[in-house]
Ligand binder design. Structure first.
Ligand code: SF4
Ligand code: SF4
Ligand code: FES
Length: 912
């Protein structure tokens, strides 16, 4: 551990860090712009200058950039040296020569790293008296604003967008005093990580556009620790509120999960909570033919008396509801009458995934594990669309080889430009086997396209190449066997191999094959890791609770065994065939829906109970990694709305059973006691009784304008602050702020650090874990006792059929997910539903891009425009899950295509 001296004080610091990292990790304030903890140093801005001395007798020293010098044993530096102080002040002055000084109207104002660093360096007076350079700004689409005049040319944006996230439609143009950061022309930023520009840019060039439209001063925003609900990765987020409305999402650092970055679906999808589709009132339908009408809680509960007391009630749970809400429903109806509310295929795959993770020696990879993987195989999953943040981690994984090269050349890993120069195009192996092209293909070692069965066969073949004891794949083409061998070699030679798959292709064989590969690696003494992309924010949690199938629920209703169906946060029309859902909802005498959105199922309900969305309630979600994480309420919902678990508790009480649940902790504890696999969920966050110095942790900073000021237009009398019985967080600026448990951090702020960069002050060391450990508790750890028996059942190779296409599910980051598409900004990016068709097939059929075709599949007919996809294998077509109605539930399935001139395709079936 190097021993260094900073301003005559001695410190021990971590080996291999640069001086800026060392200073920040020690809690010292040293300004910087271009360095980023996830992206390293390039020494561009000159803001982190310090004076370095040769030894203690050296009185002159020399100015160095702290981010470019390693903290080695005996290093002596001064932050406070007058020459260094003056140098830093002059740097910020020149960087701001052309800055418009428009802080009062800048969205970044009050939360701006440039403001903070300007104050920190003591630059207070503007001396430049000449005309400023000005730029024309661009319309970059619905997510990000552009105000180039505020740029200080730190290059962080372009480094993030191009080098870190792989975007190609954004760059730096021109030179010298005119450098311009943007697109070559106006247009939507293509990268699904564009929202991070708002946090990466240290000033107000790029900001959150939806937030700018409902702008509030940043210091007046209330924050709360929360978890993204738009896929299963469990990225940690900080939603912000003002005037009882959720306003925006910020990244909440968790070193094991999302680190410093979110995807755009997670950042901008939250606005569904403010959508027109929100259910805000209790609704009651008094007669069969009438419309549901608004009713009071007392009226509804009275109406429900007697409906739930018999054993003729079943519950249908949800993968987008918390563990506590699902468990409360299970308690209401009894474990044997609790159904998971998943499509049949999804429930089967989820059970399989949980079984593999629980039985196997392969670790469920965190996003951090994925980032460190040094050889990756993606089997069947369109990761950028189904698990977007994982794609960003995998983009970093391919750099592992170049980092090792840098280690050999003794170039510190944080020397970003030097490492990239030394490595050139050197990449760790990444193999992608999917039905269609993905947005990770540009960094893949090789790609393989095939129907799901062919992808699974490739996977089985890879496992067999690693361990001959795993099943053989017969009749494999030579080129595929060679590829399998190449992949197997790469995985075997890696220290941290990773196999990524999931439910995206709806193929059990694919999951079997992925497990076999990971297990074969483990059997050979290696650390095989698995990452399963599952669809929703609590898919894995729901699977761990367990329950009956949706089909079982429908059959029970059909047999007349059920009077009342209680549906929790679930639109069943997304889960099962329309006729089956209609049959169930029509036959059941009473249907109760608890949800925050109006949808097809809610429209059929006799009683609708308006549930809190993730911003209005609290609970625990289990990510695809098996990490249980707590999300907390951001705001007190309108009168009728309450969290689902509270509605279910009320129903329990209404049916004469006293749950004894006064607050969330009681439900969490009951769930942990009842279900051994969930025993540790109370540890996901401190309970509601947690206090620091007798105080709750405050959700607002002391910078907030305060309650009196907020309501001054109506009354200057201070209203009583709302109370939160479910968490150790207060809603106001009253309470504790200081060192706190990481799951409870409502915002990152520290004296002199008003932007997200204040996270430095909450970490063990910069870029490391949060103090006391990152939030969440892993529920599933690998068992090393024995490698399970390999899965058998290698599928037959795909064979085209004359006049039919195998239609596989495709995914769109904006559109496939149920909630985010209701956010107006995301809605602008949702494509029209389409049929994806192999280009050669389309030529044979004389179908051009955009032509309308009729797709007949599983008894349903859809009329869709054609999109040509050259990568899709011949005989395979695709439809977008989530955009093609209930048809998506049956995919993959064989379907027929018809154009205006009739049925097509007999000729295609023959050109193998
Ligand atoms: S736009 Fe922002 S991030 Fe990009 S160079 Fe300018 S100041 Fe830096
Ligand atoms: S990757 Fe998933 S969890 Fe993370 S921000 Fe995006 S949608 Fe949310
Ligand atoms: S942060 Fe060191 S030169 Fe920019």
């Amino acid at each position: 551990m190097p021993h260094i001296t900073i301003d005559d004080t001695d410190y021990d610091v971590t080996t291999g860090r640069n001086l800026l990292q060392a200073c920040l990790s020690l809690g010292l304030n040293l300004p910087y712009f271009c360095w980023h903890p996830a992206m390293g140093s390039v020494g561009a801005c000159r803001q982190c200058a310090v004076k370095q001395f040769h030894d203690k007798d050296d009185r002159h020293g020399r100015i160095v950039m702290a981010c470019m010098v390693e903290a080695t044993d005996g290093t002596r530096i001064s932050i406070d040296d007058p020459e260094a102080v003056k140098f830093r002040a002059s740097v910020v002055e020149w960087l701001m020569t052309n800055h418009p000084h428009d802080c009062p109207v800048c969205e970044e104002g009050g939360e701006c790293h440039l403001q903070d660093m300007t104050v920190m360096t003591g630059h207070a007076y503007r001396r430049y008296r000449f005309k400023k350079r000005t730029f024309r700004n661009q319309n970059l689409g619905p997510f990000i604003t552009h105000e180039m005049n505020r740029c200080i040319a730190c290059y962080r944006c372009v480094r993030f967008y191009r080098e870190y996230a792989g975007g190609r439609d954004f760059d730096v143009f021109a030179a010298h005093n005119h450098v311009y950061f943007g697109r070559h022309e106006d247009g939507v930023l293509e990268s699904e990580f564009s929202g991070n520009l708002a946090e990466v840019c240290p000033t107000g060039v790029f900001d959150d556009k939806p937030f700018a439209k409902v702008y509030e001063r940043k210091w007046d925003l209330r924050g709360t620790p929360s978890v993204c609900v738009h896929c299963a990765l469990g990225c940690n987020i900080t939603p912000n509120e003002r005037y009882d409305t959720a306003r925006r999402i910020l990244n909440r650092y968790n070193s094991e999960v999302n680190g410093y970055f979110l995807c755009d679906r997670g950042r901008f999808g939250f606005d569904f909570v403010n959508s027109q589709m929100r259910l805000r009132q209790l609704l009651l339908r008094k007669d069969d033919d009438g419309e549901p009408k608004p009713a009071t809680k007392a009226e509804v509960l009275r109406h429900l008396t007697g409906l739930l007391s018999s054993h003729k009630t079943i519950g249908i749970g949800s993968p987008r509801a918390s563990l506590e809400a699902n468990f409360a429903l299970r308690e209401l109806v009894g474990a044997e009458r609790f159904h998971l509310g998943l499509s049949a295929s999804e429930q089967e795959l989820l059970a399989l995934i949980i079984d593999i993770l629980q039985r196997g020696p392969a670790r469920a990879a965190s996003l951090k594990d994925a980032e460190r993987a040094d050889a990756v195989l993606i089997l069947g999953e369109d990761v950028p669309d189904t698990a977007p943040r994982l794609a960003l981690s995998l983009r970093q994984a391919i750099r592992q080889k170049s980092l090792e090269t840098a280690d050999r050349m003794k170039i510190p890993r944080w020397q970003d430009a030097a490492v990239r120069n030394a490595a050139q195009q050197e990449r760790s192996p990444l193999f992608i086997a999917t039905p269609d092209a993905t947005r990770l293909d540009d960094v893949a070692t090789s790609t393989f396209r095939g129907a799901p069965t062919d992808l699974a066969r490739l996977g089985f073949a890879v496992a067999h190449e690693i361990d001959a004891a795993s099943p053989t794949v017969l009749d494999l083409a030579d080129d595929i066997r060679m590829l399998a061998r190449k992949i197997a070699e790469a995985l075997k030679n890696a220290k941290r191999p990773l196999v990524v798959t999931g439910t995206g292709c709806t193929s059990a064989a694919m999951i079997h094959a992925a497990a076999n590969i990971a297990w074969a690696l483990c059997r050979g003494g290696r650390q095989g890791a698995l990452s399963f992309a599952v669809p929703e924010c609590n898919s894995l949690g729901l699977g761990l609770i367990g329950g009956g199938t949706l089909q079982g629920a429908f059959e029970a209703v059909e047999r007349g065994e059920v009077d009342t169906v209680v549906v929790l946060e679930n639109d069943l029309y997304r889960r099962a065939e329309r006729g089956a859902v209609d049959g169930c909802l029509d036959r059941a005498r009473h249907v109760v829906v608890i949800d925050h959105l109006m949808h097809g199922t809610a429209r059929k309900a006799e009683i609708v109970l308006p549930a809190g969305a993730f911003t209005e309630t609290e609970g625990t979600l289990v990510s695809n990694e098996g990490r249980a994480q707590r999300f907390f309420q951001l705001l007190v919902p309108e009168e009728d709305i309450q969290g689902s678990w509270r509605w279910l508790r009320d129903l329990l009480h209404g049916s004469g059973r006293n749950s004894g649940w006064a607050r969330l902790d009681d439900v969490t504890a009951a769930c942990a006691n009842a279900l051994p696999t969930l025993a540790s969920i109370p540890q996901a966050a401190p309970g509601a009784d947690f206090r620091v110095n007798g105080a709750k942790i405050r959700r607002e900073t002391h910078r907030s304008s305060g309650r009196t000021a907020i309501h001054a237009a109506a009354s200057v009398h201070e209203p009583k602050p709302p109370e939160d019985p479910d968490s150790p967080l207060s809603y106001t600026m009253e309470g504790y702020f200081g060192p706190m448990p990481s799951p409870l951090i409502p915002y990152f702020w520290a004296p002199s650090w008003n932007s997200v960069r204040a996270v430095n002050k909450f970490q063990d060391e910069v870029g490391g874990q949060l103090r006391g450990g990152d939030p969440g508790v892993r529920l599933i750890e690998p068992t090393f006792e024995a490698v399970p028996h390999y899965f058998e059942g290698v599928p037959e190779a795909f064979a085209q059929r004359a006049g039919e296409w195998l239609i596989v599910p495709l995914h769109e980051i904006f559109g496939s997910e149920e909630l985010s598409r209701l956010a107006p900004a995301v809605g602008e990016r949702v494509p029209q539903s389409y049929l994806a068709l192999n280009s050669d097939d389309a030529v044979s059929l004389h179908i051009a891009e955009g032509a309308m075709v009729t797709v007949s599949l599983a008894g349903e007919v859809s009329h869709l425009p054609v999109k040509l996809r050259p990568d899709l294998p011949p005989g395979v077509a695709g439809m977008v899950a989530g955009l093609c109605g209930s048809t998506g539930i049956f995919l993959p399935a064989w379907g027929q295509l018809t154009t205006g001139s009739g049925a097509v395709g007999d000729e295609v079936g023959h050109h193998e």
